[in-house]
Design a protein around this ligand. Sequence first.
Ligand SMILES: [Zn+2]
Length: 392
Amino acid sequence: MLGAATDQVNILAVAQAAGLSLTPIQGGRQFTTRCWMCEFSYLGADTKKQGHLTIRPDKGVFRCPRCGHSGNAWTMANELFGEARGKEVLRQARWYNGPKWEDAPVADIKTRDAVYRALLNKLILSPRHREDLSDRGLSDDIVNKRQYKSLVGWESTRGICNLLLKEGYPLEGIPGFFQDKYGQWVFLTLPGFLIPVEDETRMIQGFQIRVDDNYRTYLETQNKNIPGKYISFSSAGRKKGCSCGALIHVAVPEGKSLQNNRVWLTEGPLKADIASQYTDMPFLGIPGVSLYRQAAEKAVEMGVKRTAVAYDMDFKDNPHVKKAEIELLKELFGRGISALPVNWSEGYGKGIDDAAVFISNGQIPIPKDVLERTFRPNNKIILEVQIKLKTE
Ligand SMILES: [Zn+2]
């Protein structure tokens, strides 16, 4: 009953009742505030002036990109007021008549794929970015086949959009594209490169942007908001824009199938591409460790039976990743999918991509017999296996 009721509650009213300091962003369509859950994560309290937690009144939800905490009006009321008082706040908030807005509906995958490929055809990969990808271990072949491309300046986005429109591509409903204050079509850009996110049929669903480190450092010296290293190519909350949602990249080596092989899950499309190249295994690249439910649902949707979860090995200093890994394993087990947590010596590198590149000598690094074993949680305890990757 509460689930249905919360849909009609304005989440802003709850936030205001809690006395949260709200900063409007996206032209007032969203608000940020300091996240109350961050301090329970390894990151520590959210001390950013405007806060990291973003509230979307149009959808009645909030999410913190820093610690991954998310929820709706009821979650917020329950956490900030406790259950009894929370219900009362919710009852009062139902009459709040706040502003409403909606994203443009997202175009179907075929249209998105066509527009995104036409966009990529108009972009190049700068030598600096190519070198960066090569240093990470990604082969030139894959870089070309997957069409990694560098982003351009704002002015150029206008010209490219005009070309796309002239060629007959619709830009409305394509996440990442939106209209600027002059009503001209542009797309999200900042110094960095685009990583195409493909689905299981190799269609481009969207992109992740790898933001240049020197740009992030520059913003830091200017005391400005620093974007994450990886951000989504999305135009949610912009004029005629829309959200790309949580896009999971599917990297399947030639001749492999998702159904007949153990599918590895790791963080992000770039890691998935690199690790897949070196292990010759199918990989799913999840855009954020806290998106475990979406990842498990995607695995079910694709008919995946067996998985291995290879999250970063820095969880000794990073309990947030460890917790996310356990949640993902639970979600997978709960859907009848076998899931194997994979650990390796930290000396081989933090990510599975680093480890795979490090060990790469033309062999699959993980002993097959270990992979074929199935682990299940026992009394809520997730069994953990230490897999020793062989260097010899
Ligand atoms: Zn947070």
